[in-house]
Design a protein around this ligand. Sequence first.
Ligand SMILES: [Zn+2]
Length: 118
Amino acid sequence: MAARQCPQCGTKIPAGWLAAFSDGLHCPGCNAYLELSLANRYLATTVGLAAGALAGWLAAPAAQDEFPGWVLPLLLSFLVFSLVSPLVTILVGDLVLKAEEAPAPAVAEAAHSHDHHS
Ligand SMILES: [Zn+2]
């Protein structure tokens, strides 16, 4: 399947949406509730962590003689992680239908049944 595509109707999801709504988003075509596949999440986290660790490792020798030497590599690896992780998500874009639906209809039905009171 193509990246960033709704598995139900095939609508392309804008890349920015994926970076912003990684916990779930509504398809602009069919309004299905979508989320990133587990594999996508693991991949994004793993690649992000690896890139962050690499950045910290590369920055460590250079930062030795500066002010608090350990801050810069730590900061850099965090920055790299927070950049690379959503980037992988955008590139892979493996979307699946989210099982749970919005709870709104159930709530409306419960309220309706109470109307038969008198
Ligand atoms: Zn759709």
